[in-house]
Design a protein around this ligand. Structure first.
Ligand code: HEM
Length: 142
């Protein structure tokens, strides 16, 4: 069956990337734990069906990306190549509803993130703004 791919009219995200200080202040282990908790939330969510059976594996791949994004070493790029995030999400049908569910999962994980993961509080609003804007670009179904 053919599929019509939706392209968000806003185009690629224009907002600033998260501060690269975040990695220095949190460290790799906290980032992996944060993303592992995200995948535990996703596992219980309405978008579970989009993800592979092995959520622990999926979470590690995502965490590698977030380490680089937040200022750490480029472990994702070294292992998997260029991020091309929109392209990598195209195999999964992501509509605005799925994006909202994904964001709500991340929001729950970020509640109390300062204590749970040593997330530097001054960079939390910027990180949330980034997730909000970048996730729009992952939407590929109208
Ligand atoms: C800020 C926005 C987002 C970021 C930074 C992000 C990041 C990532 C990364 C790094 C991966 C691993 C890609 C790979 O190498 O295969 C991934 C996979 C995936 N993401 Fe996202 N994502 C975002 C938004 C979303 C949204 C809104 C959804 C919709 C529910 C979603 C669903 C998925 C799915 C289904 C996979 C595939 C899992 C797998 O096969 O391992 N993502 N994401």
């Amino acid at each position: 069956m053919s599929r019509i791919i939706y392209t968000p009219p806003g185009g690629p995200p224009q907002g600033p990337a998260p501060s690269r200080e975040i990695y220095r202040l949190m460290g790799e282990e906290n980032i992996f734990r944060m993303i592992s908790d995200l995948y535990k939330e996703l596992e219980k969510s309405e978008v579970r069906h989009l993800f592979p059976a092995n959520m622990e594996e999926a979470s590690k791949k995502s965490a590698a990306f977030f380490v680089g994004l937040l200022g750490g070493p480029p472990i994702y790029v070294e292992k998997y190549g260029s991020p091309r995030m929109r392209a990598r999400h195209l195999p999964f049908e992501i509509d605005e509803k799925a994006r909202q569910v994904w964001l709500a999962c991340f929001d729950r994980v970020l509640e109390g993130a300062e204590a749970k993961y040593q997330f530097p509080s001054q960079y939390l609003p910027g990180f949330k703004d980034f997730l909000h804007s970048f996730s729009s670009w992952m939407v590929n179904k109208g």
